[in-house]
Design a protein around this ligand. Sequence first.
Ligand code: NAP
Length: 350
Amino acid sequence: MKAIVYTKYGSPNDLQLKEVEKPAPKDNEVLVKIYATTVTPGDAIVVKGDPFPVRFFSGLLEPKHKIPGKEMAGRVEAVGKNVTQFQPGDEVFGDLTVCGLGAFAEYVSVPENAIALKPANLTFEEAAAVPESAIVALQGLRDHGKIQAGQKVLINGTSGGVGSYAVQIAKSFGAEVTAVCSTRNLDMARSIGADHVIDYTQEDFTQNGKEYDLILAANGYHPISDYRRALSPDGTYVATGGSMAQTFEAMLQGPIISMRGSKKMGNMLVKPNKNDLLFIKNLIEAGKVVPVIDRSYPLGDIPEAFRYLQEGHAQGKIVITVHQAEPDNSPYLPIAIPAVSERLLDETRR
Ligand SMILES: NC(=O)c1ccc[n+]([C@@H]2O[C@H](COP(=O)([O-])OP(=O)(O)OC[C@H]3O[C@@H](n4cnc5c(N)ncnc54)[C@H](OP(=O)(O)O)[C@@H]3O)[C@@H](O)[C@H]2O)c1
């Protein structure tokens, strides 16, 4: 099979497509023919081995897992003899962080608990765009942010892979959502359900005197003291991403601020798991969450996909098409952002 293989840390631009042995499923494993995967900021970190602490997980001197890639969607081709939840032909999706990566390939063999049946209303490309980003948003809002209906929630970095899910998931919990993004993404933010939008090129939400019960920082940077000022007296701030400074301030200063007052501040590391994957699948099948996809590349163009990702301005997710869906499956139509709003409007009308 074809796969992106790397044996030493380096630039994602140098990744190459190679011919490698197709895996065979062990007794507890499912062999999946991958139709689509994604490139994410986390994949770039793993490929570069930078920042250094990531190597405690990915291999100190050289990569532990030779085929990178986390998010994927595909079809079960074969199952090991102890597999009970899947059978050949099932359409599945998942985050392979929990089982040694390997999504930048035509096939992968994974334990059955790492994957779930893909949402029935999504194409493979749409489904691949879900597993990690949506779960980061869910865990940030629900588990760390303790989101409640009626709360005023602000998402900084609305237009990226994580932020676009965060807006929709916060709405599904009944929050009043303010989305922060640049001018060109204001309409997209409204189309995925934001009640209010703030253009960060025109206005600094930390300086306008407004307060929020929950702030999720998916991208960008503000000093933690500015986020603190923008919180209501019992408000919570969760940094899921953004600049290194944002991450480290939340990690180091957040717990101290939380101990000294009623505002809670900190960051989080996603914990991929099947229950949350199924939770998101339900939201998607209920029409409450729709993946936003910027563009797609073929497997061999992964370096080009990383170059685009690292410009830092993707609108939603960047998808890699590994196999084209068969004619009896729904043909791949890249979701342009206007299509997202149309689909959401359709759901609302129903
Ligand atoms: N905590 C975890 O476990 C975990 C897991 C996964 C990812 N992450 C982190 O989460 C972060 C976001 O990931 P992602 O997939 O959403 O990234 P992404 O899709 O690459 O983010 C791109 C988006 O960020 C927006 N953006 C750039 N600068 C901004 C700013 N100053 N203010 C507001 N928005 C800005 C861009 O919008 P404009 O073009 O409008 O600027 C663009 O739409 C990354 O730092 C990633 O490493 C953390």
